[in-house]
Structure formats: structure tokens, C-alpha cells
Ligand binder design. Structure first.
Ligand code: GGG
Length: 361
């Protein structure tokens, strides 16, 4: 008996700058994997031209009915958003945040780990193996979009703006349960919760209260609550103490960039924006932005995007293929095929080709 191949429909949104180069790299690697699967699975792609150039042509970052166009895909594979000619808050809210929030992708998972052959400011010895995961609350908090400008009518030079953070008990609880479930399946069963609840006494105290309540349901998982300033120091000074770090939208955004820089480069970091209920498509993207300074020169590190493709394979229920992809990334960095951001001279294309070659090694 033969089984029908499973075809995964993926919406590719390369968007801006190096996003175009790294999405092309990730697609090439995934297509190579599918070609080699003897028909067991396939990927059907549709590419969307949205982003800052699209905004300059049309006045919108994505089509008005864009969410409708995306909603039936199995996943979204995203590049990076932002370009100097468009204000960042317009490009971010018009595309990436719009998709994350409209599709209730409330869990943003950002693993941090060492790769062989990559020099990291944290690597103390060849055998030091660090890996932790930042779990970012991705639907509310400081990025809830609440506030306003021109408040109070104080005249020229006296403008007042308010930016509020939204914390709901439901939103806090679901991200914490997600973090605890993840920690339970890791060797180091620990969740570190991050806030600034000594200074932000409403939403973040609610976060702390919910954390204590949820932790009681996971007696097998070690816990700690750490202020974000102290956690930044801990990332650098005591990273071996970390396993799953759960934090609000802004705090986790900052900490995950710090984590990937400590692993060697922002270009290495993968991420998944998940709608765990699977009511809407989830979105997979490298953590890095559009990097206008190197865009178009073949210098971008494709590893963050390829690692994000591995997270997408896990989401599709193909963990062996995800592991195969991650092994190919490691085989590539281990022999020193590295882009400039991690001290090498290889191009985006060289690294992509090496990853594809390593799939069958
Ligand atoms: N691929 C990630 C990306 O494009 N990031 C741009 C950015 O500014 N993101 C802010 C955020 O992560 O909320």
C-alpha cells in the first residue's frame, strides 16, 4: 500500500532587505528536502510581494484582503520587515505585527544555542554546550498598540504621548502554560519568568501572580522570577542556569536579540510565531531584521531562516526532517563555511549550498 504524499501549502513573504535573500535560501533547502523525500511530502509555495516597496507603490504594506489570502495556508514563511524610506512603526504594524496579532500567534518561540565552529563571546571551552529558549508573549503586553499622541493640547513643543501595556490574566496564563509544557520536555526542567514588576506595578504584578498560580500545577519544574535588568546580566554571566525564559512582548524581544548575539550573531537565530490552537496559520521567520546596510550583496546569514524552516517542519509533524536540517546546519558551520557576521567569508549562496549538500552526507 502506498501513502499519499502530504503537500504543505506555504505562503512566502520575503518582505524587505535581506529578507528576500534568506527566504530564497530557506525555500531552496526545503525544496531539496522535499525532492529527496521520495514523494512522502511536498511544499506548494505562493510568494507575496508585500513589504516596504509595495507600500511605496500602493500605500499599504499588504493587500487590504491580505489576511483573507493567507488564512488557509498551512504556514507563513516570513523574511524581515523594515526599510529606511518607510517609518518603522508603519512597516512593522502594517505587516508583521498585523499578521501576528490577527492570527493570534500568541507564542513566539526563540531558541538560543551554540553552533559548532561559531565563536561566541560566551563559549568558555570547546565542550561548553548552552541552549535555552526564550518564550515571548506575542499578542499583548507593551505591543498591544494602546495609547495616543497629541494628548492634553499643550501646544508646540509640549506634546504628550501615552503608550500603554496590556496584560490579561488569560494572556499571561496561556503563555506561561506553554512555557511550562515546553520545560517539561527538556533535560533542564526550569522556567524563568521575567518582568520589571518592582517598577511597573499593575500589569507585571498580575504577570507575577499568574506565574505563581500556574507554577503550582507543575511541581516537577523548577522556577524563578527575575527582573529584566538582572536577567540581562544573567544571560551574560550565568547562562548555564537557563532553560526556558518566559517574558512579555518587549522584554522577550530585547532578551532574545541579546541571546542570539551571545550565541554568535543575530543572523543565526530562528523563531516561530505560533497559534497553538491551529485556528490560523503560524509564521516562521528569522529573528533578524532587514539589514539595509548589507541587503542585496549576498552577505546575509541564511542560518536563522533555515533554522526557522526547521521549526516549521516540526510544526508540520516532521521532527526527523527538522533534525536532519539542523544537523546539516551544524555540519556546515563545523567546517567553517560561515558568513561575514560570524567571522567567515562565505556568501549566502555558499552557506545555502553547503547546507543542501550536507542533507545527504
Ligand atoms: N524577521 C523579524 C523582523 O523582521 N523583525 C523586525 C522588527 O522590528 N521586529 C520587531 C518585533 O519583533 O516585534
Amino acid at each position: 500500500m502506498t501513502t499519499a504524499p502530504r503537500t504543505f501549502r506555504i505562503a512566502a513573504i520575503p518582505a524587505d532587505g535581506v529578507g528576500k535573500e534568506v527566504v530564497a535560501a530557506g525555500r531552496a533547502v526545503l525544496d531539496a528536502l522535499a525532492e529527496d523525500s521520495a514523494g512522502a511530502f511536498a511544499f506548494e509555495w505562493r510568494e507575496f510581494p508585500w513589504g516596504c516597496e509595495y507600500y511605496e507603490r500602493t500605500g499599504t504594506m499588504m493587500d487590504e484582503d491580505g489576511l483573507d489570502q493567507l488564512k488557509d495556508f498551512d504556514a507563513i514563511y516570513f523574511g524581515a520587515v523594515g526599510w529606511p524610506t518607510v517609518p518603522d512603526h508603519i512597516s512593522l504594524w502594517g505587516l508583521r505585527l498585523k499578521i501576528c496579532q490577527s492570527f493570534d500567534q500568541w507564542a513566539n518561540v526563540r531558541p538560543v544555542h551554540f553552533l559548532p565552529g561559531v565563536v561566541s563571546p560566551l563559549r568558555k571551552a570547546d565542550d561548553t554546550e548552552l541552549d535555552w529558549v526564550v518564550v515571548r508573549e506575542n499578542s499583548e503586553g507593551e505591543y498591544a498598540g494602546l495609547g495616543g499622541r497629541n494628548l492634553g493640547g499643550r501646544g508646540p513643543g509640549g506634546e504628550v504621548a501615552v503608550q500603554s501595556a496590556l496584560f490579561t490574566e488569560v494572556g499571561c496564563e496561556r503563555i506561561m502554560r506553554f512555557a511550562f509544557d515546553l520545560a517539561r520536555n527538556r533535560a533542564h526542567k526550569k522556567v524563568s519568568s521575567v518582568t520589571k514588576s518592582n517598577a511597573q506595578q499593575y500589569g507585571m504584578v498580575l504577570w507575577d501572580d499568574v506565574f505563581k498560580r500556574v507554577a503550582a500545577d507543575y511541581p516537577d519544574v523548577e522556577t524563578e522570577s527575575v527582573l529584566v535588568d538582572a536577567m540581562s546580566a544573567k544571560f551574560v554571566l550565568k547562562p548555564e542556569d537557563l532553560s526556558v525564559v518566559v517574558a512579555s512582548n518587549l522584554n522577550a524581544d530585547i532578551l532574545s536579540d541579546l541571546g542570539s548575539a551571545l550565541a554568535g550573531s543575530l543572523g543565526l537565530a530562528a523563531s516561530a510565531n505560533l497559534n497553538p490552537e491551529r485556528r490560523y496559520p503560524s509564521m516562521f521567520e528569522p529573528v533578524h531584521g532587514s539589514a539595509p546596510d548589507i541587503a542585496g550583496h549576498g552577505l546575509a546569514n541564511p542560518i536563522g531562516a533555515v533554522g526557522s524552516a526547521a521549526l516549521m517542519l516540526e510544526h508540520f509533524g516532521l521532527p526527523d526532517q527538522a533534525a536532519r536540517l539542523n544537523k546539516s546546519i551544524e555540519a556546515t558551520t563545523a567546517v567553517g563555511i560561515l558568513t561575514r557576521d560570524v567571522g567567515g567569508t562565505a556568501s549566502t549562496e555558499d552557506v545555502t549550498k553547503a547546507i543542501i549538500d550536507a542533507l545527504n552526507a
